[in-house]
Design a protein around this ligand. Sequence first.
Ligand code: ATP
Length: 347
Amino acid sequence: MAELDLRALTKSFGATVALHPTSLQVKKGEFVTVLGPSGCGKSTLLRLLMGIMSASGGEIHLAGQRIDGLAPEKRDIAMVFQSYALFPHMSVRKNLAFGLKMRKVAKDEQTRRIEHALEICNLRPYVDRMPRQLSGGQQQRVALARAIVMQPSLLLFDEPLSNLDAKLRDSLRHDLLALHQKTGSTSLYVTHDQTEAMAMSDRIVVMNAGRVVEIGTPVELYRNPAHAFTASFLGQTNLLSVNAYGSTCGLPWGGVGHLDMLAHGLVSISLRPENIMLHDAPDGAGEIIAASFMGAHAHYIIRIAGMDLQVTRSGAEAVLETGTRVNLTALGPLRILKTDGLEGKAA
Ligand code: ATP
């Protein structure tokens, strides 16, 4: 049975539907990310789960209990915010103890849980400091420890890493994952950052315009997206309209591509930058109009057949210069995508 079970949960503000009826199950111990652009309904979903906003319809079940009618403090949910939201006038230890006191957890159990959280979040050296005496990364670890001590049925994360610099974000992402594995907590993590979602999740829920577009593991969604929206939001891609003739299609720059299913007529496909091979040839049909060496890979923009394509090559290969003429080969079967009006990269 699912630990968290959303059944046709929906929220409207007058004529604006912020969340269309949404059903989602999260298994016990699973780490699920809700990923989508600004305005897709992520915050609305979080507010409904926390209980600070009431739903227009549907049900929320957590650990076998229906909770959508319960007050926030009666829901067995702990939240880690983007802004840390620590109590500024309390030491780290007091921040961790606060929720446990409110819940009237026995004193020795409080101590046991706090000591454990200090240990696994590497916070021992800071236990007597005030939040203002901590770096952003340390404050976020305190916020995480404060959520963990509650041993909630569900841990909610609202873009917890977005206030940190890139390097710290990377290291905290690893810490978070390791902690998730140690505690076995059921986690719902909301973000607009596809790298975070890819790196951390058992499954990703892709949202756009108040709807779930698609749900899958990072590998499934990256390699075999069903929707053009998923293909373009998760990583970079080239979305192409091609004419299908059964199992093959004509490519815009000539030549034939192989499709992953039978189709006829105009279809949309996604061609990832790493699935295009470049061959430099003086009479090549394409031209490199931009080249960026990124270290692990080189990124090119190729102008061909009236369009600009993104192509990547391993950084270990020779770097090609702007102006080089090239021919292209599309690798692997091309995936036909649904568009359903959801295509395109949102803001
Ligand atoms: P962001 O990442 O920018 O915070 P989001 O994915 O969290 O975006 P929501 O805040 O959930 O998006 O908003 C979803 C939609 O609902 C948006 O179109 C927003 O304008 C609308 N909306 C949210 N709150 C209200 C409100 N109180 N009244 C009217 N419309 C609202």
